[in-house]
Ligand binder design. Structure first.
Ligand SMILES: *[C@@H]1O[C@H](CO)[C@@H](O)[C@H](O)[C@H]1NC(C)=O
Ligand SMILES: *[C@@H]1O[C@H](CO)[C@@H](O)[C@H](O)[C@H]1NC(C)=O
Ligand SMILES: *[C@@H]1O[C@H](CO)[C@@H](O)[C@H](O)[C@H]1NC(C)=O
Ligand SMILES: *[C@@H]1O[C@H](CO)[C@@H](O)[C@H](O)[C@H]1NC(C)=O
Ligand SMILES: [Cu+2]
Length: 648
């Protein structure tokens, strides 16, 4: 009896997982598949290993060609095998595993011996904090400061890399005093250095240097005001929204929404319907946040190491917060859940990880009034209606609102909103006129509180495939020309467009800002009826590159931030701009390293990388909680359509 129930369950499991795999080959691993993967690993040669922890699990995606043929004719393509990729650590060894879920086998187990470590698990970080809060020398330091442990909150911070030839997995712990506030970051307990070793799970270094004043708790709290969201939403049924599992259809767009622990939200196989060609045309094979870098600009003992690569060290997906209806997303939003994998390999549901909603932007999509036709005033126009796909990552103190906004014109706007709480340090100063040092590395945002200067760099992976895989990257600079005397023109100058096809990866490293330029991915094998190459253009936000010196350790780890733009030859395994093993990385993986091969990028399958940056000099309005600061970039059709697709 017992056996038959087990068998029955086995078949039910198998059947369900098969049904779910038929949707889209890039669907994230579902809970049944995650459980299968874990069981396969537990039954494999790895079963003898002790204390095996899961640091990263993702779909091991099929090759692009196979995905595309499957989507073109699912019935005529043999089913794609579902595989999981898992990075596990056991006894200090990092195993890179590939698990075939249909064959029920671990098909590859490779030990990684290079620099850097995989993303940290939530469970080990929680343990590190709990053990630190019981560590006797720490309790002594609190007693000396007359602080009660029941009011202390601690936070684990990644420690970066500062030239050590070898270093263990570990974090630095920084602590705060609540007593009277829920804004834990507002009251940092300064002067204590705590290094926590994640291999032995012990405090490995403890130094208490001085007793700094603690900022007051008054005025540090923040609470939501009750704002009633408008219940009225304009009637936008002309663009029907269809959400079938992870496949979204809206107006002329069709795309897939994925989710993993590292990138969070992933947009794949986005195509737009062309009325004239009567078919969907490919635009973006995949796009997602690839890495972030948040270096603080304070070189002193408690702060120098704060140079975070949040996506690689922890993960936007792991930090995905459940979205709050009517606050994070409007009333007409539909939600998609996400699944994460904990340190034990168990699936964890993130309810409402992603929301999708039609936005009446209150902007004008196009308009014109014509008074030149005798006897008439002719007014035309359309309101702008867009579709937004959103997730929010709360990474410690900061919240990142990550949007992909699709327009019926063919444009995709990728937006980022920064909000949350600043990282602050305690100081004895209560007003700026009392500051005696040249440099306190930030802004006095409240008495006894300095918010430290820092950057936010968000690098996006954008695998554009304009009407096919083979694309070229064109840089068009606008050049001032002198008017030739023979032209008999009273003008002296004008500008003209000079197109340059970037041939190799080294040509495609671009620092924005000095000369106006248009950056375009084109399909050199396809032209519009009038003969222009079909393409999509990148309209960037404000330029921002890293200002650190080349020989500074954080700069060595993130040298890809010397340029805002890169283009690379497509390689399925090159997705993480700062390298896969980001925790304590040495900078020997990632964009800057891959492109040293200087591969051909003309008429090849190529990938665009763009970094959106913020140099953040804090101000008082960022305290106690920061009003959202936004930036965006746009991928905009350029001679892709024969005419404005909004006009019949
Ligand atoms: C496994 O973890 C347990 C509890 O954390 C610990 O006592 C033990 O030493 C670990 N074993 C190995 C081989 O690391
Ligand atoms: C610390 O706070 C706890 C809980 O509020 C309280 O029970 C305890 O007496 C306090 N300890 C001291 C030394 O004040
Ligand atoms: C908490 O703060 C109040 C003043 O706001 C102070 O009187 C009290 O002693 C503090 N308690 C602890 C445990 O630090
Ligand atoms: C909204 O759309 C529905 C369905 O198409 C239609 O029945 C209704 O009249 C529309 N309402 C307004 C105010 O336009
Ligand atoms: Cu900031």
């Amino acid at each position: 009896m017992k056996i038959s129930i087990t068998l029955l369950l086995f078949f039910v499991t198998l059947k369900c997982s098969l049904i779910q795999t038929l949707q889209h080959p890039l669907d994230p691993l579902n809970p049944l598949e995650i459980n299968e993967m874990r069981k396969i690993i537990q039954k494999s040669h790895l079963k003898t290993l002790s204390n095996l922890t899961y640091h990263f699990v993702d779909l091991d995606e099929p090759n692009k060609n196979d995905v595309l043929s499957y989507l073109l004719s699912p019935k005529n393509t043999k089913p794609l095998t579902r595989r999981a990729k898992a990075i596990v650590i056991s006894q200090g060894k990092i195993h890179e595993l590939i698990v075939d879920l249909s064959k029920q086998l671990v098909i590859s187990d490779h030990i990684y011996n290079g620099h850097g470590y995989p993303s940290l698990t939530f469970e080990e970080l929680l343990q590190a904090v709990l053990l630190t809060q019981k560590y006797p020398p720490f309790l002594n330091s609190l007693t000396k400061r007359n602080l009660n442990i029941s009011q202390v909150s601690c936070l684990p911070l990644t420690k970066g890399w500062y030239g050590e030839s070898t270093s263990k997995r570990g974090v630095k712990i920084t602590c705060f005093y609540r007593n009277g506030t829920s804004n834990i970051y507002a009251r940092p307990i300064n002067g204590i250095t705590i290094l926590f070793d994640l291999e032995s799970m012990k405090v490995s270094k403890y130094i208490d240097r001085f007793k700094a004043p603690l900022p007051k708790s008054e005025g540090t709290d923040f609470h939501s005001r009750s704002i009633k969201p408008s219940p009225i939403f304009p009637n936008t049924t002309n663009n029907k929204l269809i959400i079938k599992n992870n496949i979204i259809k809206w107006g002329n767009w069709k795309f897939h929404v994925g989710f993993n622990s590292r990138a969070g939200l992933i947009i794949s196989t986005a195509s737009i319907f062309d009325k004239k060609e009567k078919k969907y045309r490919r635009v973006l094979y995949r796009g997602h946040a690839s890495e972030t870098f948040v270096p603080y600009m304070d070189p002193t003992e408690d702060w120098y190491y704060r140079t975070f690569m949040d996506v690689g060290e922890f993960g936007f997906g792991k930090s995905a917060d459940s979205l709050q209806p009517l606050v994070d997303c409007p009333g007409n939003a539909k939600y998609i859940d996400g699944y994460l994998i904990d340190a034990f390999g168990m699936p964890n549901l993130v309810p409402r990880a992603i929301c999708i909603f039609e936005r009446f932007s209150a902007d004008v999509a196009w308009r014109h009034t014509e008074i030149g036709v005798p006897g008439k005033v002719i007014r035309n126009g359309e309101p702008e209606i867009t579709l937004v796909v959103r997730m929010i990552a709360t990474v410690g103190n900061y919240d990142y609102i990550l949007d992909w906004e699709f327009r019926q014109t063919g444009s995709i706007t990728v937006g980022v909103g920064l909000t949350g709480v600043l990282e602050m340090k305690a100081t004895s100063y209560t007003t700026t006129d009392k500051i005696i040092e040249d440099n306190v590395y930030g802004t006095l945002v409240s008495p006894n509180t300095i918010a430290v200067n820092h950057d936010h760099f968000l690098t996006y992976y954008l695998d554009l495939d304009i009407d096919g895989d083979r694309n070229s990257f064109i840089k068009s600079t606008l050049q001032t020309e002198k008017v030739n005397g023979c032209d008999h023109s009273p003008r002296k100058s004008y500008w003209k467009v000079k197109n340059q096809v970037l041939k190799r990866e080294a040509d495609a490293r671009i620092r924005l800002g000095s000369k106006p330029a248009e950056l375009m991915f084109v399909n050199p094998n396809k032209k519009t009826d009038v003969g222009n190459l079909v393409g999509y253009r990148l309209i960037t936000g404000q330029p921002a590159y890293s200002l650190l010196l080349d020989d500074d350790y954080p700069e060595k780890r993130t040298s890809y931030l010397k340029y805002e733009i890169w283009a690379t030859s497509y390689d399925k395994y090159e997705r993480w701009a700062g390298g896969f093993y980001a925790d304590q990385s040495h900078g020997d993986d990632g964009l800057a390293v891959w492109t040293q091969r200087n591969r051909r990028i003309e008429n090849e399958d190529i990938v665009l990388w763009y970094t959106m940056g913020f140099h953040h000099v804090p101000c008082q309005e960022d305290f106690p909680i920061m009003a959202t600061l936004r930036s965006s970039f746009e991928l905009r059709p350029t001679n892709f359509f024969d005419r404005n697709p909004l006009t019949p």
